[in-house]
Design a protein around this ligand. Structure first.
Ligand SMILES: O=C(CO)[C@@H](O)[C@H](O)COP(=O)(O)O
Ligand SMILES: [Co+2]
Length: 216
């Protein structure tokens, strides 16, 4: 069964706690938190204090997507804030194995993310050390962008790599996911879909989540 991780980036920032509870009660499986530094990506969002505050109101697993340079300097702060899963971008660090171990040594699940133009070969050697691979299906930095359809083949190839090696790695896809794009993404082998505008832009978030899961 596919899991849905609504991205808080598309929520109403004047009512963050309510917006988290809305998707929690609406059937979300995780909460996706986009952390941007205005350096690795051309946008700024929020940091660990906001994540810690939301931890007080939600029981959802927190899926923290770090789009920041020098992720090693901030991992402990996000773990302390209550992250259950921390994903770092492969493009941000030359010592991925060490970075992933830093996360896992503290009992938190570790993910590795790839921009649309970064090839799968970049993560081949660290695949046994990750719990999740996040494939970006838009260029990171903003919500509400259009799905890049060539990522479908990348999802299929990653699924094959994981199956051939018999690894317990899940595939998350992030960017431009909606009721039209979700079925092909699921068919290609993704099991977690991030959805910002498709959930928070909908009149009924619970219905939007069900529709992404193919339940309506
Ligand atoms: O990481 C990112 C963007 O960099 C995403 O998580 C977006 O927030 C997804 O938004 P939609 O494309 O679903 O509106
Ligand atoms: Co994201």
């Amino acid at each position: 069964m596919v899991k849905i991780a609504p991205s808080l980036l598309a929520a109403d920032f004047t009512r963050l706690a309510e917006e988290v509870l809305k998707v929690e009660q609406g059937g979300a499986d995780l909460l996706h938190l986009d952390i941007m530094d205005g350096h690795f990506v051309p946008n700024l969002t929020f940091g660990a204090p906001v994540v810690a505050a939301l931890r007080q109101v939600s029981k959802l697993p927190f899926d923290v997507h770090l789009m920041i340079t020098n992720p090693q300097d901030h991992i402990n702060a996000f773990i302390k804030a209550g992250a259950d899963l921390i994903t770092v971008h492969a493009e941000t660090h030359p010592h991925l194995h060490r970075l992933l171990q830093t996360i896992k040594d503290q009992g938190v699940r570790a993910g590795i993310a790839l921009n649309p133009s970064t090839p799968l070969v970049t993560i081949e050697e660290v695949l046994p050390y990750v719990d999740m691979v996040l494939l970006m299906s838009v260029n990171p930095g903003f919500g509400g962008q259009q799905f890049i359809s060539t990522v479908l083949d990348k999802i299929r190839r990653l699924r094959q790599m994981i199956t051939e090696r018999n690894l317990p790695v899940v595939i998350e896809v992030d960017g431009g996911i909606n009721a039209e794009t979700a079925p092909a993404v699921i068919a290609a082998g993704a099991t977690i879909l991030v959805a910002g505008s498709a959930v928070y832009g909908a009149v009924d978030a619970a219905q939007a989540i069900a529709s992404l899961k193919g339940l309506d």
